[in-house]
Write a protein that binds this ligand. Structure first.
Ligand SMILES: [Fe+2]
Ligand SMILES: [Fe+2]
Length: 289
């Protein structure tokens, strides 16, 4: 398996070859009406398969698919904002000197373009624009180096979960073609980010966790499991349900978080990510999602 440094050289070359421009790639319609199209594949909608979903007619489902997509784009975009901040702070350090810093330039460039693409969609077509962030990370005691490992784990959560949605939607002929295109453009860049991030976090974890006691490791694993669970909480946004015209947004969130169909969906979408975390030792058991 290539090292993160070897990967960084290859991925930088690919980034240069595939460079794109968010201002010229897309044709943005003047207006998009929530009821006029599917915007998210129905099977990806947070309450798909529940009684609330079954009680909606097609127009209501399409309207919900629009706000669910705006929520997904908001979740990814806010994750990317944190990623850019963290990546830029990590350039030119001893550990990232050379090829890795070179690749981080592309990473930051591409995430910035993703933010332009997602925020253009949300701000142009949704009256409320980007949904604001809700979660504030709880204060925690991390073992030495845990913040560094944790940063790259957070990146992988946003990127690997987001990419499951990308891959499904870029091939879905039912949804609006602009949305399929955005998902495809995002997937092409994210495939490189995930390849790099996975190898890099493995190397950082192997290095820093050598110094950890069993308690340190448990502290880290507990934090990561909780972070993954709370990340999924953002997918059940009461404002989305309200904007889609459904009553009792908090009630729907609570119902969906407890619903076995929705839990199975979260487990399926997270399967590759959790498998990776278990394989590296970042988790020691699959969390209850
Ligand atoms: Fe991205
Ligand atoms: Fe990314």
């Amino acid at each position: 398996m290539p090292t993160a440094e070897e990967l960084a050289v290859r991925l930088s070359d690919a980034s240069v070859r595939k460079i794109w421009d968010p201002y010229h790639l897309f044709e943005w319609p003047d207006e998009l009406l929530p009821e006029d199209h599917w915007y998210m594949s129905p099977e990806l909608i947070s309450i798909y398969g529940t009684d609330v979903w079954e009680g909606l007619d097609e127009t209501q489902r399409k309207r919900l698919s629009f706000y669910e997509l705006v929520n997904l784009f908001s979740f990814v975009l806010l994750g990317e904002r944190l990623l850019i901040e963290g990546m830029i702070n990590r350039t030119y350090r001893k550990a990232t000197r050379g090829a890795i810093s070179d690749y981080l330039h592309h990473f930051v460039d591409e995430e910035n373009k993703h933010m332009i693409m997602f925020s253009t969609f949300c701000n142009r077509y949704a009256e409320g624009g980007v949904y604001p962030e809700k979660k504030i990370a709880a204060p925690r005691e991390m073992p030495k180096g845990g913040d560094e490992v944790g940063f790259f784990c957070k990146a992988l959560i946003v990127e690997m979960v987001g990419d499951v949605y990308n891959v499904k939607m870029m091939r879905d002929a039912r949804i609006h073609p602009l949305v399929a295109q955005i998902n495809k453009v995002h997937h092409i860049d994210e495939a490189r980010h995930i390849a790099f991030g996975g190898e890099y976090v493995r190397e950082v974890f192997d290095r820093v966790s050598k110094e950890w006691t069993p308690d340190d490791l448990r502290t880290f694993q507990n934090w990561l499991a909780q972070f993954l669970v709370s990340s999924w909480g953002d997918f059940y946004n009461p404002s989305v349900y309200r904007d889609a015209g459904l009553e009792d947004g908090y009630g729907i969130r609570k119902m969906a978080l407890a619903h076995s169909t929705c839990r199975t969906f979260r487990e399926d979408v997270s399967a590759d990510l959790v498998h990776f975390f278990l394989d590296v030792g970042l988790l020691d058991e699959a969390p209850q999602l």
